[in-house]
Write a protein that binds this ligand. Structure first.
Ligand SMILES: Cc1ncc(COP(=O)(O)O)c(C=O)c1O
Length: 494
């Protein structure tokens, strides 16, 4: 056979040999640790490699079926225990339009915390009366719109109360408002920077002012305990405190509270870095939360049957518990290396630019290809030229190769909103529809998107503008050359 016709053999990457201490079967306080490789070929029923081929990598993949199922399950847990309940979709958790509209189709209100989020909800077609307007920074302009459109405005501080009053007076309307409260339940660190503090008497003062104002209709009480609250009893205490306050102000002021809004904070099945046990063992079920919340509400509002007041509507604003596990991130290995301490490492095409939550979760990482060798402690770096860009500091993975795909989950909460355009473009986000069809719900950025908001003053229209300063005489020559081709320009002598 002539030399040049011999069949080509596939080339495998050569990896230098290394010595690693054998750790499999190590004992920890729960027994022997036997890491198992987690491997998947498809996500939400669609082949990973096909998704990558069609939509590129990295890629966020969202499941319509999972999202609808999640919100229905959570709403049902409350509705079977307290008939009059409503979910407010927390826009900041994931404000991709398709995600918001799936939840609105399921009957969720829009819970927004800024002018941008308010405008987005309206642009999606949510009527003003179906918007809960939270947040500490509401400008006069956006309040004018919210009051005119009948949104429920949750007051954060006294200046805002006065501003809403003035806006409503100017429009000759009565604004629908709720008071955001903060207090100590004894179970979680109080978020005392939002709303009016109960223990100090501020909340009482605000209730008095709102109740007395001809421009405000105080219809609700709101509080948000915090996030990833693992103790259902925290919510029981929250409801108890809010109901006690409702009873107090209803007896001292001329108000009727129709809404008790307990905010969000229910955990998802993600693994917090600070918690040793896996989420399956530490995250209580939705029913456990609903049981405590609704049970307390039933107890604390029993007295109302002897009055002419109806029962309040229970609003909850869950974000992460609804959307987190409805989305995964597909990422590719760009290259591998061995760190000086012997650990395996891989550089991925997605990092903390896309996975902001990698700073506090140990996301699940699954491989997609054939089984390949023993698992080893591996560090997953992102693509950024920044030392803190680490997706996982330590995860047991088989040997990786450039081009391999990894699936990171759950990632649906707070990544599509807190991701940052830093160094890299943001990638496609796709939705797997209920019938299995796949479509892009947020297109990948490109240079035109990135430069769309830049404005170049005339004198900066070209990159090599002739600016002369001491020690930079070569600019003068460049300027003279440019003078022949580019106009207008000017030599600046410093
Ligand atoms: C007022 C309010 N409601 C709801 C949420 C959603 O919280 P989570 O995603 O923890 O359910 C937040 C998040 O911080 C919030 O500030």
């Amino acid at each position: 056979m002539p030399e040049n016709s011999s069949p080509k053999r596939p080339k495998f990457a050569w990896e230098p040999p290394f010595i690693q201490p054998h750790r499999v079967g190590e004992i920890n306080k729960f027994g022997r640790h036997r890491p198992r490789e987690a491997r998947v070929a498809s996500v939400f029923g669609v082949d990973v490699e096909l998704l990558k081929k069609n939509y590129g990598s990295p890629l966020f993949v969202t499941s319509e079926e999972r999202l609808r199922a999640n919100v229905r399950r959570i709403k049902k847990a409350f509705a079977v225990r307290w008939g009059n309940t409503c979910h407010g979709w927390s826009y900041k958790t994931n404000y991709i339009s398709a995600v918001c509209n799936i939840l609105h189709q399921e009957g969720s209100l829009a819970e927004v915390v800024s002018a941008f989020e308010y405008e987005k909800a309206r642009a999606l077609g949510v009527p003003g009366e179906m918007i809960i307007f939270n947040g500490p920074n509401k400008s006069r302009a956006i309040l004018e719109r919210a009051v005119a459109e009948g949104a429920q405005i949750h007051l954060d501080h006294l200046d805002e109360l006065n501003l809403v009053e003035a806006v409503a007076a100017a429009q000759g309307r009565k604004a629908r408002v709720a008071l955001r409260l903060n207090f100590d339940t004894g179970y979680s660190e109080p978020w005392s920077r939002f709303g009016f503090n109960l223990e100090s008497g501020q909340a009482r003062q605000a209730a008095k002012l709102a109740a007395a104002s001809p421009q405000l209709r105080l219809c609700g009480l709101h509080s948000h305990l915090g996030t990833f609250i693992l103790e259902p009893r925290a919510y029981g205490e929250q409801v108890k405190i809010m109901c006690k306050f409702m009873r107090e102000i209803e007896s001292s002021e001329d108000v009727q509270i129709d809404v008790i809004d307990i905010g969000g904070g229910l955990p998802s099945m993600n693994a917090l870095q600070s918690i040793y046990l896996p989420p399956e063992q530490v995250v209580p079920s939705i029913n456990e939360y609903a049981e405590v919340i609704c049970g307390t509400l039933i107890e604390e509002t029993r007295y109302r049957s002897h009055t002419n007041r109806g029962l309040p509507k229970l609003v909850f604003e869950s974000g992460r518990a609804v959307v987190d596990d409805a989305q995964v991130l597909i990422t590719s290995v760009v290259g591998t290396k061995r760190l000086p301490d012997g650990r395996a490492a891989a550089v991925l095409d997605a990092g903390t630019n896309l996975l902001f939550t990698a700073y506090w979760y140990n996301h699940k990482v699954e491989t997609t290809g054939e089984a390949r060798g023993a698992l080893a402690d591996t560090v997953l770096f992102g693509p950024l030229c920044m030392n803190i860009d680490v997706v996982r500091h330590s995860v047991q993975l088989p040997p990786l190769r450039a081009g391999d795909s990894l699936v990171v989950s759950p990632v649906g909460a707070y990544n599509n909103s807190q991701w940052m355009q830093f160094i890299e473009y943001r990638p496609n986000v796709v939705l797997v529809h209920e019938d299995g069809e796949v479509s892009v719900i947020r297109a990948a950025e490109d240079l035109s998107v990135m430069m769309a908001q830049d404005r170049l003053p005339e004198h900066l229209a070209t990159p090599f503008a002739p600016v002369r300063s001491a020690g930079c005489n070569h600019f003068e020559a460049a300027a003279e050359t440019q003078a022949k081709t580019l106009r207008p320009f000017r030599i600046c002598r410093g």
